[in-house]
Write a protein that binds this ligand. Sequence first.
Ligand code: GDG
Length: 503
Amino acid sequence: MWTGDDLQRLVSRELSDYRLIVVSNRQPYVFRIENGAPRGQMPPGGLTAAIDPLMRACGGTWIAQSSGADDRAAMDDAGRIAVPPDAPAYHMRLLNLSEEENNGFYYGFSNEGLWPLCHIAYTEPMFDSEQYGFYQSVNRRFADLVLDEINDDPAIVLIQDYHLALLPRYIREANPDAIIGQFWHIPWPNPDILRICPWQDEILDGMLGNDLLGFHLSGDCQNFLSCVEANLDAQVDPAYGLIDYRNETTLVRPFPISIDFASLDNEARSAEVADEMARLSRELGLHRGRILGLGIDRQDYTKGIPHRLRAVERLFEKWPQYRGQLVFLQAGAASRTNINSYMQLTIDIEATVNRINERFGHDGWQPVLYWPTSLPTATFSALRRLASFCAESSLHDGMNLVAKEYVASRVDEDGVLILSAFAGAAQELTGSLIINPYATEQFADAIHQALTMSETERRIRMRQMRNTVQENNIYKWAGRIMMHLMQASTPDHAGLTSTATTA
Ligand code: GDG
């Protein structure tokens, strides 16, 4: 099993001559002034949760957009902030964007264009030239900051996600020696879908500035290779995941992302979580025999939250014995709230929750609780430990870390995971009950199956999933990326052809 120490050893053995620079839009810690002093907190989202352990182990600089003026209070004279706040291990360097830049770059092209383009969730992508202009100029601004940070030293730049598709090319043009890798945290579409994007060729060209390009699944890699083959004058080797283009080679590989299993497992065993479990049991009536079902999501239309609520509604229709007994809690903060499709999602969720509660609620029993706020990590951990089932019903999802977090928190080897076939995590978490979120009847049946499953079967399934996530943890993910980056930077990619895209 990989640990943070293994990763640290790998980095000091192989990469000590290089500066490690991670670049993402989202910063790993956001600072707010509380009682006159800046206090740092990790924002919700899979990306920061996944990369922070890598940076804690390796050190280096994380470049990101600043989310507010309070960050400045935490900066040193050189504009750097040492993080994590309680045990500094690396630095953040932040880029300030104007509201206009952020609207065009982040809300606009990234989240109204690329996000729906890459997810099959039937939300129309919107492409706007002005927004694309901001996407280009902000990617350039990130490149300037990265180049300044590299300062002509040997460097490894690890770029995160779909906000920064043009950045690899901009860095490569100015610094041909940098080792550049990018991990794309969301799915990649097939050529028929990609061609909706008016700037598909520039996006592909930008990403081919990378030495290494990682996706979660081999299917995403194959889609990317097909898109390059269909659109660019490039040599594509689909069997080995190699692309030759503009006299450079890019390796394309699957790296299914994961979580820090040991840390979530430890937290779930802590006294703080035990206290929180006792408090929540009283609040939710579990101490009086009620059962808890749980969904946790950053509120997004790709997560299938209304579909999940419809399945819960069908469960109460079909099996009246759950009325008065089961409480379904939907938790997780709102996100991207000034985009129309996200505002509409909140309206849909609230309407569905109210309908179910009006139809079935009685005598102080509310069938669905909706907590659309960010909660302390100990509360999330306690909820995961208390929930008889956790339902993650994404319409399409690169991976879905919540599913893995549920498994890691179940130190008692109990609980049932209900997981969408359309989440990347379904390929690994085969002990879950796999559902189609659009098939309400089948989904409701899966909840019933979870609630009537024998303890022995629950234990067998959960134990198997816990072994999988423990073995394939975030340190293994980061270690594999680092090793591939080192190999990808050698001229002839020796040794890489044995690990093709089907890995
Ligand atoms: C993208 C891809 C891929 C959720 N609500 C709150 C909160 N969370 C935490 C969860 C989990 C993370 O945020 C969400 O991660 P997911 O993987 O489920 O989803 P995305 O944010 O869409 O992440 C996804 C991931 O990148 C990594 O590559 O798996 O497919 O879409 O850790 O626990 N955390 C807090 N408050 C909340 O309200 N603090």
